[in-house]
Design a protein around this ligand. Structure first.
Ligand code: ATP
Ligand code: MG
Length: 348
């Protein structure tokens, strides 16, 4: 049956890198004979400009019916004083789709290991995934703000913990089969329940290994020995901080894709960076974050592991030839890099 993919180019460099991602996707559709239909919709600032809403009704309907969603990036100074902000659209979409699991793979292509702020020997071969719980914890707990005191309640139900830990094990199963559950179980009750639940869920995955790490220690290990990790799973606040820490390792935001999953509905794939208005419309953005988001979609939503690997290999092959965008110290434009990946895929 035909699979439907909704593409939300969004704003700034979002539209440029979406063009790149869709060129690669269309090449794979032909090459692998995939029965995919792609529908483009307005979203974010583009939604406000074209339809008066960051998440237009038509866009939400299309997303809800889709098999997977690709998002470029949204926002920019143009909408700073608009009555509705582009970011509201993204929050509303995440909520409507129930996206509770955010996945960020971290790897460093050999061609750019020297750009990492970490020591080269610690970075070469880094390959891990951060799985962050996205809809629970302290961000969503009861809040009080007084003159002289304030509080934020952190709470997690067992069900919320089980589903995110399961997601981490499912991903680990396709990798090195090691899950590092990160918590603060020496202090926090939510973390005690988290750790106990992780132990229970681990029994469903006897082929995988589970270890626990306190969040303060995990933050250090990520800098000192990032190669120790395979899959890190953690709650919302810790995940927010650790996934941003991890994003610094490769040396450019332009390399990094992400996925957000719900229990049953479509998943959303997007670069981790924003719309980068400072470099928009100059054909200099690095499209790899979007191209790798397409690869993640093929792997995680459609089980097309081979197709995903082909795209990832093609990107690395192009970088090995020294075809690099400006953020990586090169001179290739967005379209140069995209065309080089296309050529490589065609010649495979
Ligand atoms: P947001 O608030 O939407 O997350 P931000 O202020 O964090 O946005 P980003 O848009 O994520 O900013 O990007 C930060 C900077 O990183 C940009 O200004 C840009 O110079 C650089 N950058 C981000 N993505 C890319 C890319 N794909 N290619 C090249 N440079 C990029
Ligand atoms: Mg940002």
């Amino acid at each position: 049956m035909k699979k439907k993919i909704v593409a939300l180019p969004g704003d700034g460099i979002g539209a440029e890198i979406m063009d790149s991602g869709l060129k690669i996707l269309n090449e794979m559709i032909v090459k692998e004979n995939l029965d995919f239909a792609i529908e483009k919709c307005h979203f974010g600032g583009a939604g406000i400009d074209n339809e008066g809403d960051p998440l237009p009704e038509k866009t939400l309907e299309a997303c809800a019916k889709a098999d997977a969603i690709l998002l470029g990036a949204i926002g920019g100074p143009k909408w700073d004083n608009a009555p509705k902000r582009p970011e509201q659209g993204l929050l509303a979409l995440r909520k409507a789709l129930g996206l509770f699991a955010n996945i960020r793979p971290i790897s460093v292509p050999d061609a750019v290991v020297h750009l990492s702020p970490l020591k080269e020997e610690n970075v070469r071969g880094v390959d891990f995934v951060v799985v962050r719980e996205l809809t629970g914890g302290i961000y969503f707990g009861e809040k009080e703000l007084g003159e002289n005191a304030a509080s934020d309640l952190c709470s997690y139900s067992k069900i919320e913990i089980q589903r995110i830990i399961r997601k981490a094990f499912e991903i680990a199963r396709t990798r090195k089969k090691k899950v590092t559950s990160v918590d603060k179980a020496n202090v926090l009750s939510t973390s005690k329940l988290w750790r106990k639940t992780a132990e229970e869920v681990a029994k469903e995955f006897p082929d995988c290994q589970l270890e626990h790490q306190l969040v303060d220690s995990a933050a250090m290990v990520m800098i000192q020995k990032p190669k120790e990790f395979d899959v890190i799973v953690t709650e919302n606040l810790f995940g927010d901080i650790l996934s941003d820490e991890a994003s610094v390792i490769p040396g450019s935001l332009g390399l990094m894709p992400s996925a957000s999953h719900s229990e049953k509905g479509p998943s959303l794939y997007e670069p981790i960076h924003g719309s980068a208005p400072d470099i928009a419309n100059q054909n200099i953005a690095n499209p790899m974050s979007m191209i790798l988001s397409v690869a993640m979609m093929l792997r995680q939503s459609f089980g097309l592991e081979d197709a995903a690997k082909k795209i990832e290999l093609a990107c690395n092959c192009v970088m090995d030839k020294g075809i690099l965008t400006k953020d990586l110290g090169g001179t290739a434009s967005t379209s140069d890099f995209t065309d080089a990946v296309l050529e490589t895929l065609k010649s495979q």
